[in-house]
Each structure stands twice: as structure tokens, then as C-alpha cells.
Design a protein around this ligand. Structure first.
Ligand code: CO
Length: 231
């Protein structure tokens, strides 16, 4: 309880600091939330959504789970996407993975965690199975894991594109772009992972092109002798 008391004190000091800088801040937030973005990221404590993109409360709608998975059978993720599009009218959905993701690591190494965690990680194992030739061609373990982090972003972002709420939004002509991003713990930087989609036509052949982009970028970095982000 004492530990939690510290958190409550921190909260009080945080709220005071905000009001000091902007006395109307919370009053404005009460009346509306108007985020332009839906962030779908990993639950990892090192990847906090608002802080990374330096946005205030009210500016980012957020859904996080282990391994930034977007499964069609997951009513939680699907309803977040629907609410973001139909109530909040967000204009961008970004699926944000990160290197050194424990979920990706466990899925790649088929580590049994037991219980529902294994069922959850099977979504990432499916991504690994789908791209097994590409992954098998990468001899170094940390590179293979980094590659799966990128491929997982791609596949989960494609799942967003194929979700019912997103397809409905595009068929209504609602402006919406779905992005795949990846975060590097080692330097705090986000970067594109080869996917950005604004309508259903762009989905034709997209997986193939996006995978080629990922592979080309990795080859180019390695050829230059640079350390490709993997951490
Ligand atoms: Co993670």
C-alpha cells in the first residue's frame, strides 16, 4: 500500500504541474476527446505510447497487448478499432512493434508459457510460419528476431486493413491511413516498417511489396556494414 501511496502522490503533483501551466487543461478534456490517431502497440513498459510521440492526454487513442497483435477473433481490439473510426473519427491507425519484444522472442523460440499466453502467442507463431523461409535464411539469431518483429508489424497492420471496421470506413470514403511502425529501445526512435495504406486498392500485392521493402532495407544496412536496428 505504501508503494501505491507514492503513485498517488506522483499523480497529485503531475496534475498540479499541468494546471499550473494550463489552468483550463482538464476542464477542456472533460468535455471532449478528439484524437486523430489510434496507436496499437505492445504492452511492454519501455514502449509508452504518448511519451514516445510526445502527445498530451486527449491526443492519442491507445490499445496495447502483448506483441501488438490484431486478431480478427479478438473482440477487444476489433471494438477499439470500430470505436476509433465510428465515434472518434481517427485519421491514422499505427501498429507499433518494437525490437527485443518478449512476445516475439517467445513465439520465435516456441517457448511454452502455459495457459492462455501460448494461445495468444500463437498469433505471432503464425506470422513466423508464414515467413519461415525468410526467417530460416537469416543465420544470426538477433537478426532473425528483429526480422520477425518487423514481419509481425506488417502482418498485424494488414490485419487492421482487413478488419471489418476499417473496410467499412474505406467504403464510406472516410479518410484513414494504416501505418506499420517499429520502435528501437536502444535510441528511442520510431521508423516505418514498409507499410502505409489509405484504401483497399493499395492492398493488392501489398504484402509482397512490403516484405521486399523490409528485406531490401535490411540488406542495404548490412551491406554498408552498419548495425541494423535490432535492439
Ligand atoms: Co513487446
Amino acid at each position: 500500500m505504501e508503494d501505491l501511496h507514492e503513485l498517488l502522490l506522483r499523480n497529485a503533483r503531475w496534475a498540479e504541474r499541468i494546471v499550473e501551466a494550463d489552468p483550463q487543461f482538464f476542464k477542456r478534456l472533460v468535455s471532449q476527446q478528439n484524437p486523430e490517431y489510434l496507436w496499437i502497440g505492445c504492452s511492454d513498459s519501455r514502449v509508452p505510447a504518448n511519451e514516445i510521440v510526445d502527445l498530451q492526454p486527449g491526443e492519442l487513442f491507445v490499445h496495447r497487448n502483448v506483441g501488438n497483435v490484431v486478431a480478427h477473433s479478438d473482440v477487444n481490439a476489433q471494438s477499439v478499432i470500430q470505436f476509433a473510426l465510428e465515434v472518434l473519427n481517427v485519421r491514422h491507425i499505427m501498429v507499433v512493434g518494437h525490437y527485443r519484444c518478449s512476445g516475439v522472442h517467445a513465439a520465435l523460440h516456441r517457448q511454452p508459457l502455459g495457459g492462455v499466453a501460448d494461445a495468444w502467442l500463437s498469433h505471432i507463431r503464425e506470422v513466423a510460419d508464414q515467413h519461415d523461409e525468410l526467417l530460416d535464411a537469416e543465420p544470426l539469431e538477433h537478426r532473425r528476431e528483429a526480422l520477425l518483429c518487423e514481419l509481425n508489424v506488417l502482418e498485424q497492420a494488414l490485419n487492421v486493413c482487413h478488419s471489418v471496421p476499417v473496410r467499412n470506413a474505406w467504403s464510406r470514403g472516410q479518410p484513414l491511413t494504416v501505418h506499420g511502425w517499429i520502435y528501437r529501445l536502444g535510441d528511442g526512435r520510431l521508423r516505418h516498417s514498409g507499410l502505409s495504406v489509405s484504401n483497399t486498392r493499395q492492398l493488392d500485392g501489398l504484402r509482397h511489396k512490403a516484405v521486399e521493402t523490409i528485406v531490401r532495407m535490411r540488406r542495404a544496412y548490412y551491406a554498408q556494414g552498419q548495425t541494423m536496428p535490432s535492439r
